[in-house]
Write a protein of this length. Sequence first.
Lengths: 334, 334
Amino acid sequence: MTVGEAGEKEVLARVLGQLSHADAAAVGPGDDCAVMRLAGDLVVTSDMMIEGPDFRLAWHTGFELGHKLAATNLSDVAAMGARPVGLTVSLACPRDTKVVLLEEIARGLDAACRTLAPGCGVVGGDLSTAPVLTAAVTALGDLEGRPAVLRSGAKVGDVVAYAGQLGLAGLGLSLLFAEAADDAGIAQAHAVAGLRASHPEALAAQLTPDPPIVAGPRAARAGATAMMDVSDGLSLDAARLAAASDGTLAFDSVALTAAFGVQGGQAVSVAAMLTGGEDHGLLATFDRAAALPEPFTAIGEVRQRGGGGAAVLLDGVPYEPRGWDPYRVLPPGA
Amino acid sequence: MTVGEAGEKEVLARVLGQLSHADAAAVGPGDDCAVMRLAGDLVVTSDMMIEGPDFRLAWHTGFELGHKLAATNLSDVAAMGARPVGLTVSLACPRDTKVVLLEEIARGLDAACRTLAPGCGVVGGDLSTAPVLTAAVTALGDLEGRPAVLRSGAKVGDVVAYAGQLGLAGLGLSLLFAEAADDAGIAQAHAVAGLRASHPEALAAQLTPDPPIVAGPRAARAGATAMMDVSDGLSLDAARLAAASDGTLAFDSVALTAAFGVQGGQAVSVAAMLTGGEDHGLLATFDRAAALPEPFTAIGEVRQRGGGGAAVLLDGVPYEPRGWDPYRVLPPGA
């Protein structure tokens, strides 16, 4: 059955049937708004993902796509040191889309919330039509009385630390474009199974990322001075944190390689770590005296930004930040 | 200059340049999340609008589109009895979209917030690429210590009241399809100027709706027992409120005609009032003893739902609810 055949009421009922209750929702889906009760200040972030530039249904199952939609937004909430409490999800698709695809996406959204951020769930959203599958997610978090951890708080001498996978998701995307896309960069479903078997860690990082959401509030409690979600490539996002904090982030390739050179059996180069994109791990800075909370690993330090100085250094040498620009970067196969 | 030529950083800077500060935003755009400080429970609603099914750039200026995006979402917040405090806005467009269009949309968003909900503003969002212009808005509101006004609280004997324009926006859409679209329903820009001159109220209601946002919290303070935003047609939304409250909404055509039969010089039929869509006024119920707050007008009463009884009556006769279904309804010209 397609969404055009089912109509909005039936599609909505089927999608809502996949969703668990969110603990903080005094009123869930079904009224003009959801109502949320929070203990502290609210954090809010929004993101839109569109079939073509942002994902390809030839590679993702609906469940995996829903999981990724949730995970990537929960990560932005965690990066403020907040606990995720709810998502709103707007889905638009062509009228000939199967209802079961939207149900699978909803199941993936719900599963990611339950796994990565227990107590969080989908509290509202919208259904519409569009030329291609389009998903807009807003994630809400509760600071629970803590101040938000901003990008701007890093101090000279702080330890630079990272939690999560690094470079694997970008490697997964490169593999998909190399092995599961035609010469024009169009995704081909048939080759994905082989890649899942040969490169399980890289494919999982790309298709169903599992960012360390609980590490966000943990870092805040441990006194993180600055933090951000790494989504566009470590070097590019590090340059943003460095700019916000008026410092330089100096990475150490030996520390990077020791911590992230082999992830789940998959070798990852330092270049892949610094430019991969879609990592959705947490980049944070801590006072040198602080004990790093699990699973953060030290990978560098904050230095003074010299006049005209670089935002990012690798082994003391300026490193040109590179990563993802939605309007400019073309996929590797294009 | 196109967004593809400018790149994300430049587009973002230009869009952010159009936006005012939101009073409740402790941290605005630029970090992983915005941070909002609220006095009471949070209400949250999300909506997605896509060029083609939801709007047509041949009819709307960018400013008007931004205004409408904000107004329609602010209205959902007001319908809970909450004060709007912030919007997040995700915009996706083709790479050859002019940057100035996104700037105009941002100006319209900001102007609608300043006019309709002073203190509210855009606090975050996202930029991406899509085959057609796509906008996803999330609106946040503060209940300021009041309980939310739900759809489910209407009691038998309550007065049914309405605030805002009614039927004009649907009339505007019909006029646009009749006079400013080709035989295939494709919007044609050249005829819009004439319609704006001949039917200013209907065109304004469709292109730049001005819902009575401040009336939402006012209704809550006046003891509204139930409330909702009317977006899909009064009869269809009334049936939803009736179902949630397990009652029947009985409309009086004399009262409807007296209050809404002529709006700004434009005659509106009762049928247009009941089925128009995109009104974004507030439908509310009040105890019979309550004084109706401005600008609410009584248009009916809540009655007991008989066994198998109708959700909506007009002059005592069952009225089949009709309105907008995004997956089923085709535009009049298609």
